[in-house]
Design a protein around this ligand. Structure first.
Ligand SMILES: [Zn+2]
Length: 396
């Protein structure tokens, strides 16, 4: 907070010293600042708008750091589209510069140095953190330690520029912003999420989990598909699209049971009689893990896939073969075998996809034994809590 106050004083001093140019900075009144802040969703952690400047939109230019990545270019493209839509200006002027890009931990952004970036180091989720810094009255720097932060900086400026255009002129807030999210991931699966990627990203939501299509092909290998366009649309906007491998007891449509009947769980307990006739797989059979690895390999091959979600069995069915029964005697439940299989599948893919991450979804089926499932979860597998019909129960 001390830093924000210092910068406010600096901004006011600039009002006095400004002498050049046709459009002078104007001090921002409290009401006007409040109006501006209402436009930014979510509200940045630290933001002050001590002054603003109004000038012809055609005089505004945008400079992107050299070597900018896809998300930085997307950030620039969105700002350009905003100016174009509002005024037809191409962001190629030289009267006011918006300079955006990734800076290193020392604040170096190409030849420029942005000391304010150094305070982002060590912040929670610092890869998504960013600063907006006015430099004099003719420049605004948008910078982060990672492209994701840069994208969010540009989103914040876009929000601030809502309603800022009139008669070919734009009012630019000389805003000082330091922002970072409290939660690393913010998003959803299902519903309209797949169609809302751009809308969600504009509000700094950053996760959509999307069902993959899964089959067993003519050669007996598992093949999974996902919409590459959705993954790319998310990646450009700092939003991670995570493919979902469906509940492991609902793989009827894949052809798995017909091709490899040996993986179908043994005994009456494998079928719970729930809707859709879920059937537990036998994860004592190596083929079950191999097929899981096949599907994960297919999905990992898509550009931009960094994580794969596996939904554990939705119900409490379990295989009663000798090996699975023996495991249960050791406290290793059906769902624990499943989560171990996810870890093994990740290990199988490690050489080809060393940075691939896996996560599992808990279910109402795992709920009574979540402690055992968590105990069995390998270190390289993340866990999302969910319990259909009992989501309010979170005793873990
Ligand atoms: Zn079994």
């Amino acid at each position: 907070m001390e830093r924000v106050c210092l910068l406010v004083v600096t901004g006011v001093a600039l009002l006095v010293s400004a002498t050049a140019g046709s459009a002078q900075p104007v001090k921002t009144g409290k009401q006007q600042e409040a109006l501006w802040l209402h436009r930014v969703i979510p509200l940045p952690k630290q933001i002050a708008i001590p002054a603003h400047v109004t000038l012809p939109a055609a005089e505004v230019g945008l400079r992107l750091r050299s070597g900018a990545g896809d998300a930085e270019r997307q950030a620039a493209a969105e700002l350009k589209a905003l100016f174009d839509a509002q005024t037809g200006a191409a962001l190629s002027g030289d009267g006011f510069q918006i300079h955006i890009g990734v800076a290193d931990a020392q604040g170096r952004m190409g030849a420029a140095v942005v000391p304010e970036v150094r305070q982002l180091v060590g912040l929670p989720n610092s890869e998504q953190a960013y600063v907006i810094v006015p430099v004099g009255e003719r420049k605004l720097i948008l910078a982060g330690l990672d492209e994701r932060g840069v994208y969010y900086a540009a989103r914040t400026l876009q929000d601030l520029l809502q309603g800022a255009f009139a008669d070919g002129r734009v009012t630019i807030p000389l805003a000082t912003v330091v922002d970072w999210p409290d939660m690393a991931e913010r998003g959803e699966w299902g519903g309209s999420a797949a169609g809302d990627i751009e809308w969600m990203a504009a509000r700094k939501l950053n996760l959509v989990e999307l069902h993959a299509g899964m089959k067993v092909n003519a050669e007996g290998r598992g093949v999974a598909t996902i919409d590459q366009g959705k993954i790319t649309a998310g990646r450009l906007r700092a939003l991670k699209v995570v493919p979902i491998i469906m509940h492991l007891d609902y793989l009827h449509g894949t052809g798995l049971y017909e091709r490899y009947p040996g993986v179908v769980g043994v005994g009456n307990a494998a079928r719970t009689g729930a809707g859709g006739d879920p059937v537990a797989l036998c994860f004592s059979q190596p083929k079950s893990t191999e097929m899981l690895a096949d599907w994960m390999r297919s999905l990992a091959a898509y550009e931009g896939v960094t994580d794969i979600m596996v939904w554990l069995s939705e119900y409490h069915g379990r295989c009663e073969c000798e090996a699975c029964d023996a495991a249960l005697q050791q406290g290793v439940t059906q769902h624990a075998l499943e989560v171990q299989a996810v870890g093994k599948a990740l290990d199988i893919l490690r050489e080809d996809y060393p940075r691939l991450n896996a996560r599992v979804l808990l279910t109402q089926g795992t709920y009574p034994d979540n402690d055992k499932v968590l105990a069995a979860t390998p270190d390289n597998v993340q866990v999302s809590y969910y319990c259909g019909g009992g989501r309010e129960r979170s005793t873990y």
